[in-house]
Design a protein around this ligand. Structure first.
Ligand SMILES: [Zn+2]
Length: 230
């Protein structure tokens, strides 16, 4: 891939949670989660700045249904910071399920951000934990916002798993942090939890939230036109 085919230096790619537990066979498998990896591998060669997030929970994390007596996965509970969907145990630190899918191509320049490491607070987004205040940090102590700003990033493209939770929350937070947020939807997959009483599922709700926030939901093949206007 020549330099000329890359996106400009003010544009970053954030690849969300392409880990075994979110792929078929994993503990919190997103349907078709592994189908996006080839697209992501091709896309990632076009960016100078690539961040990969890893959901990285201590055992007994409070987002796990198993941490709450009588609760089942996908039930909603109230945490001190607000409502929280409960999940099956997943992405426990250093487990096979928490490893990146083996088909995901990694480069030495990739920046890796672990999130969800606080046992008491879930973290869909790498910008903010689910309390909307505390922030995950890279190993060097920088936050995602700091790392992106340091590189002069203005536009951030999000791909990965799952669209209706971690990918979407990243894009919503990116806008709060002053970035332009784009989601390449063909390089994501959704959990798509049905809405109560036949209401819209979590995929449709997220699409609505992203539109209201001003995020661009598009396809990988359209990125070039959006990011490099003639
Ligand atoms: Zn998690």
């Amino acid at each position: 891939m020549s330099q000329a085919q890359r996106f400009s230096d003010d544009t970053a790619l954030v690849i969300v949670d392409v880990q075994n537990d979110f792929c078929p066979g994993g503990n919190l498998a997103v349907p078709g989660g592994d189908e996006i990896i080839e697209t992501i591998n091709a896309l990632k060669k076009k960016f100078n700045t690539v961040v990969l997030t890893k959901d990285w929970h201590p055992a007994g994390h409070q987002s796990f249904a198993s941490s709450h007596d009588g609760k089942a996965p996908l039930e909603l509970i109230n945490m001190p910071y607000g409502p929280q969907v409960l999940w099956p145990d997943h992405c426990v630190q250093d487990s096979e399920g928490a490893a990146f899918h083996t088909n995901l191509a990694l480069a030495p320049t990739d920046l890796i951000l672990h999130k969800g490491t606080n046992a008491a607070i879930d973290s869909y987004s790498g910008f903010f934990e689910n309390d909307g205040k505390t922030r995950p940090q890279f190993d060097d102590g920088k936050t995602l916002t700091e790392a992106l700003r340091e590189k002069g990033i203005k536009n951030v493209v999000f791909v990965g798993l799952a669209y209706d939770f971690c990918v979407g929350w990243h894009a919503l937070d990116a806008i709060k942090e002053g970035f332009n947020a784009l989601v390449a939807k063909d390089a994501t997959r959704s959990i798509a939890i049905p809405g109560a009483d036949g209401g819209p599922d979590t995929d449709a709700v997220m699409t609505d939230q992203l539109a209201q926030a001003g995020a661009i939901v598009t396809e990988t093949k359209a990125l070039e036109n959006i990011l490099r206007p003639a």
